[in-house]
Design a protein around this ligand. Structure first.
Ligand code: DGL
Length: 275
């Protein structure tokens, strides 16, 4: 394939479900001329409670599916898969580039609060691996970091119960796990793709002035730079296309995914695939 054919290929994006659509939305805004193909592995959601071996296997299979669509860049729009499987996915995609969401999220947090006290809210697997802790300390050795696994918040976001008394009391219940000082961070890092939907709840529960950091826009900016570095930017004038794939429940994907993407979707917009 010649260079200009490669530029016209799609960016592949995957998540365990619909949460990664928050990242997809940012990618579309940052690169309106790029063609995108998104895979939500809804049949196997959640990844966050699974073992690293299973998460890695799922992530490699999801990537293989996207490779069948001839992608030029892989965006791992799942914190859990980024924490566990990024090296394996880089090998699988070589020589094409791969970007995860943990590194850009850590960059955003350090930029927002240098030397600050960060609280990472994520899945069990992401917390177990200390992925954000490592990424933040690499950039800012003075930073203080607490990490809290909040699995139930994934289900809340999937259900669309993002605001109100129930969401607030569940977040407050999770905070009981922390010591008193850790409940008052400078920044709250949304280390799970579902959590941007609960942003208003976090803003209510945490202190005024806290920075609430998500990785969607920083990931999109980093992805755009990667395409430039690899000379892979699509030069078409037309708007980019979008294909949506899911491994189960296209109707549910459309209903919940519309909230993440910020506009209505119908089941016909989503293609069912089997990995
Ligand atoms: N997409 C996952 C993440 O960002 C959350 C949902 C899951 O556990 O699969 O970590």
């Amino acid at each position: 394939m010649n260079a200009s054919d490669t530029k016209a290929l799609s960016i592949g994006v995957f998540d365990s479900g619909v949460g990664g659509l928050t990242v997809l939305k940012a990618l579309r805004e940052a690169m309106p001329h790029e063609n995108l193909v998104y895979l939500g592995d809804t049949a196997r959601l959640p990844y966050g409670t699974k073992s690293p071996v299973s998460i890695s296997r799922y992530a490699c299979q999801a990537t293989a599916q996207l490779q069948q669509s001839n992608i030029k860049l892989l965006v791992v729009a799942c914190n859990t898969a980024s924490a566990v499987a990024l090296d394996a996915l880089r090998q699988q995609m070589h020589p094409l580039p791969v970007i995860g969401v943990v590194e850009p999220g850590a960059t955003a947090a350090v930029a927002a609060r240098p030397g600050g006290k960060h609280l990472v809210l994520a899945t069990e697997a992401t917390v177990r691996l200390g992925a954000y802790r490592k990424a933040i300390l690499d950039k800012d050795p003075q930073a203080e970091i607490d990490e809290l696994a909040c699995e139930l918040l994934v289900a809340l976001a999937e259900e669309g119960w993002n605001d109100g008394a129930i969401a607030e009391s569940i977040v407050r219940r999770y905070l009981v796990e922390l010591d008193a000082a850790s409940r008052h961070p400078d920044s709250v890092i949304l280390g799970c793709t579902h959590f941007p939907l609960l942003r208003n709840t976090f803003a209510t529960v945490f202190d005024d002035g806290v920075s609430i950091v998500d990785s969607a826009s920083t990931t999109a900016t980093a992805a755009r730079s990667l395409l430039t570095d690899f000379s892979l930017t699509n030069e078409q004038n037309a708007a980019g296309t979008l294909r949506l794939l899911a491994t189960d429940g296209v109707t549910r994907f459309a209903r919940v995914g519309g909230q993440f993407l910020g506009h209505d979707l119908s089941a016909e917009d989503v293609t069912l695939v089997d990995l």
